[in-house]
Design a protein. Structure first.
Lengths: 158, 201
């Protein structure tokens, strides 16, 4: 039933069906609630869309319109990716976000180095002794093994 | 049939369009100027349908062609060039409406029952130009709630007046597919209109 409506609905609304097809369509719609609903929906949508059709003529592009487009292209080229991002996000959001991003990057870099220095100072190790503390591969494997055993052999708590 | 398609037979028009796009893709400024001159009228018209302010229409058209310039390399010529330009125009219009909606757009929820009734039942020619512009904005708002493709189809069919045959050619699909998609788009718009406009009666 719906198939018939989908094929002929548009021609019916545009009054393009011949008289026999038109009569058949109306006969079908009268006996089929699905098709009747579809026709009602299509009419309502068309009625809504009618409001959009402007009564006045659209503005015409001026003789310098192309140059304005060319200017806009040139401007976009020079602003680069950040300019595009800023234009998409609105400047009032993009600039604070950019500053925040820069602060975050700066903090990330300074945080690690300061932390390592503080650690060395707190342990009061001279640099030469600290260098000797670096584990060999074998020590590292032994350490892992020790950790595994400890985990396995850990007695259950009561 | 709207101007752009009516000027030349389909095959010749298609060849011309392909050559134009290829030249634009290779960075030929003269080809881009030709593209702007060819399609600027249609872009102004569709933008004027959705956004009634003359100044805004020009700004939107400028943005549309700037986007066309930067994105033409991605255009694969499967659908018609005008369909792609329409799509960019409609998206640009909705970006604009979203941006300025608090100041310029009437909210559907603010309509009185009488106004909702008028919108559904009064012939399109009756109200004042001011009121008509407001109602047009309300329909723009409703159209903003259907999918991008459905919005494009509805505007091209009901406002721009393209036939099913034209649309099938422009969207590179068969006529039945266009009819089915159009049918679904209309049904969705009608449901939205009923939900938004009639629930307060």
């Amino acid at each position: 039933m719906g198939h018939h409506v989908q094929e002929q609905l548009d021609d019916y609304l545009a009054k393009l069906l011949d008289s026999a097809a038109h009569a058949n369509f109306e006969l079908h719609v009268a006996g089929c609630s699905d098709c009747r609903d579809a026709l009602t929906a299509a009419r309502e949508a068309r009625q809504c869309m009618e409001w959009l059709a402007p009564t006045e003529a659209p503005p015409q592009p001026g003789p310098d319109f192309y140059y304005r487009v060319a200017e806009s292209i040139e401007q976009k080229r020079t602003t680069g990716w950040f300019g595009t991002l800023a234009a998409t996000m609105r400047p009032r959001l993009a600039y604070p976000l950019a500053v925040l991003g820069l602060l975050l990057v700066a903090w990330t870099f300074t945080y690690d180095s300061r932390d390592a220095e503080d650690g060395l100072i707190a342990m009061e190790y001279p640099a030469s002794e600290f260098a000797q503390m670096i584990f060999s591969d074998a020590d590292e494997a032994l350490g892992q093994d020790l950790v595994m055993r400890t985990l396995v052999e850990l007695p259950e708590e009561n | 049939m709207p101007g752009v398609l009516a000027e030349a037979p389909p095959n010749r028009s298609r060849d011309w369009e392909t050559a134009l796009v290829r030249n634009c893709q290779s960075g030929d400024p003269e080809a881009f100027r030709l593209l702007v001159e060819r399609y600027q009228g249609r872009v102004f018209a569709i933008a004027h349908t959705l956004v009634r302010s003359h100044q805004d229409v020009e700004d939107i058209a400028q943005q549309v062609f700037t986007k066309v310039y930067f994105r033409i390399r991605d255009f694969d010529l499967r659908a018609a060039l005008i369909t792609w330009i329409y799509k960019i125009t409609i998206n640009e219009c909705y970006n604009h409406l979203r941006k300025y909606r608090p100041h310029r757009m009437v909210c559907v929820a603010e309509m009185t029952e009488a106004e909702a009734y008028q919108m559904e039942n009064v012939p399109a020619s009756d109200p004042s130009p001011q009121r008509r512009a407001e109602l047009a904005q309300m329909v723009s708002l409703l159209l903003g709630k259907v999918s991008q493709e459905e919005r494009l189809l509805l505007l091209m069919k009901e406002v721009e007046g393209y036939s099913i045959e034209d649309l099938a050619r422009m969207f590179a699909c068969n006529e039945n597919t266009v009819k089915v998609k159009l049918f679904r788009a209309r049904r969705k718009l009608a449901q939205l209109a009923r939900k938004k406009l009639l629930r307060r009666r």
